[in-house]
Each structure stands twice: as C-alpha cells, then as structure tokens.
Design a protein around this ligand. Structure first.
Ligand SMILES: Cc1cc2nc3c(=O)[nH]c(=O)nc-3n(C[C@H](O)[C@H](O)[C@H](O)COP(=O)(O)O)c2cc1C
Length: 285
C-alpha cells in the first residue's frame, strides 16, 4: 500500500449507494486484516463485516448525536480489553480504511455512542469490546456530503460536490524540541520520508475534525501528545491517536528500513506541555 498517497487522498463519505461490495473484495479486506501491522500485536482483535440489514441494528447506537451514517456495510472491530486496546483498534481500523481507499471503496469512522446497546443489537456475547465501527461501501454518485459543524450541538450534512474538509498544516500540528517551539520539518525536502509521514499525519481523520493531537520532533524521536478537549471523549481521543500513529508509521516504515515503531509510554523529559495535554507515546526514528 502506498500509505502516503492513500492517506492524503482519503476523505470520509456520508452518502452511500445501495450496492454490495463483491465477495472478492471482502476477501481482500479480510486478508489485509489478517496480515496488516498492528500497534499492539498481542491484543486479540476480530473483524466483523456487516451487510445490508446492519443499519437498522446500528441505528441510534453509533454516530454523532447517535445519528447513523447509512451505508451498505459496516466494519466492526471487536477487541480483547487490554492496555492500549482502543489505540490499537484505531490503528487497525485506519489500515482497513486505507485498504478500502485503495480498492476504490468509501468509508466513514463512526463514534460509538452506546456500546452496551450495540452489543445487544448485534447479539455479541463474550468479553470482547466493540472498539471501532466504520461505515463503508460505494459512493452515491455526485452526492459527496461534507460535515458542517456550527457548534457541538449542531452538526449537519452539507451536500456539496467535492469540497474537502480543511486540515491543519505541519506548522500547526508539529513543534520542535518542546511545546510551542516552531517546527523545522516543513523545511525538509517534500520527498523525504519524514516530511511525507508528517503530511500524512495532518490528513488523518479525527472526531469532528478537531485534530486535537500535536507532535514534537525531539531529535531522533517524534513524540505524540494528545490534548483533552470538552467534545472528544476518551475513546475517540484514543482512536484519533491510533489513526495518527498508523499514518505516520505507514509512511516511514514502509518506505525505508531501520525505523523502529511506536512505544506507548511517556518520556522522562519536560516538554513544557500545557494543562490537559499528555504524551501518548513516541516514535524512535
Ligand atoms: C474516532 C472518530 C469518530 C468519528 N465519528 C464520526 C461519526 O460518528 N459520524 C460522522 O459522520 N463522522 C465521524 N467521524 C469522521 C470525522 O468527522 C472526519 O474524519 C472528519 O470530519 C475529517 O474529515 P475527513 O475524514 O473527510 O478527512 C469520526 C472520525 C473519527 C476519527
């Protein structure tokens, strides 16, 4: 997968055609799920791909203000509950989203508003948690719907052809050495892996497109910092973080060897973080 190109071209779709994904393509997605990299490989995760009757079951359980985006299919990730299982689900879910993008299939992450009800509606017994839900299928031709956010209470769909969602830039998302210090990554050659990985981070989908994460380039490390806000709950914050880690790692580790992966731990260093900000982990370059 060319993660950089897929990550920078992907967008959420919210108007899906009544068209089934072929069995071949479903198998390709399953194969990708079985072999794709994971953030925490030891955590057991299962993937369900729901079909045509799923929207009824998911209705009022997922979506902003429980408003479900109606799609032909939904991917549901069930995970053992262990340390960092939600970040891991965000990482795997975004692997699947980019695989779908590569296959010409549209998608949209869905926030989980009522997990117990969702488990009941889907008849899911057992201890695994529903860690991620992603709507997917084919785009309804000419009906690209963009999310309009007037206020936290007023989220609506604008049917507008082709308009992409505005995203933060590298200078808005990255710092050098400590919180608030202007970054130098954007001065790199745009063909360099590190530049491309950081650009892919800026294109990551996030809850309400709030893009609350910031990253600090500290010598041979990229430190991922999450900033708590009033709208994003802990689960969505962790999914956001997992998605960012996938975009970053997907570019650097697949384009050159010698990159070493994310470590989900804090660092004993004062990055002068503001209140409400915490280190999710760091990537050793
Ligand atoms: C954790 C998470 C939860 C989301 N939940 C929803 C949702 O419930 N409904 C929806 O329409 N979009 C949802 N989205 C999609 C975001 O609104 C979308 O990624 C963001 O507006 C940026 O647009 P883009 O994906 O086109 O780049 C979610 C995204 C993430 C990462």
């Amino acid at each position: 997968m060319d993660v950089f190109t897929l990550a920078t071209n992907r967008r959420s779709n919210r108007e899906f055609a009544k068209r089934e994904i072929s069995a071949d393509k479903i198998q390709e997605l399953k194969d990708h799920f079985a072999s794709c990299p994971r953030l925490v490989p030891d955590i057991n995760v299962e993937m369900l791909i729901l079909g045509e009757d799923a929207a009824e079951k998911l209705n009022a359980c997922v979506g902003y203000h429980r408003f479900l985006i109606k799609a032909f299919h939904y991917i549901v990730l069930l995970s053992d509950v262990d340390e960092h299982y939600i970040e891991n689900a965000g990482y795997i879910g975004e692997e699947l989203v980019l695989k779908l993008t590569e296959m010409g299939i549209e998608s949209c992450w869905e926030t989980i508003a009522d997990e117990p009800l969702l488990k009941k509606r889907l008849n899911l017994a057992g201890d695994k948690a529903v860690a991620a839900v992603i709507a997917c299928g084919y785009e309804e031709a000419g009906l690209f719907a963009r999310l309009g956010i007037k206020s936290p209470a007023e989220i609506f769909l604008k049917k507008k052809a082709g308009a992409p969602v505005p995203k933060k830039t590298i200078p808005q998302m990255f710092y050098d050495d400590e919180w608030g210090k202007a970054e130098t990554i954007s001065a790199l050659d745009p063909d360099e892996d590190l530049y491309k990985a950081c650009a892919a981070v800026c294109h990551a989908p996030s809850f309400l497109n709030l893009q609350p994460c910031r990253l600090i380039h500290d010598g041979d490390k990229i430190v991922l910092v999450d900033v708590l806000d009033e709208m994003t709950n802990a689960t969505d914050a962790k999914l956001n973080a997992g998605i960012i880690m996938m975009h970053f790692e997907g570019v650097v580790s697949r384009q050159s060897s010698g990159f070493k992966g994310w470590k989900l731990e804090a660092l004993d260093k004062d990055y002068k973080l503001p209140e409400g900000a915490y280190i999710v982990g760091f990537y050793q370059l």
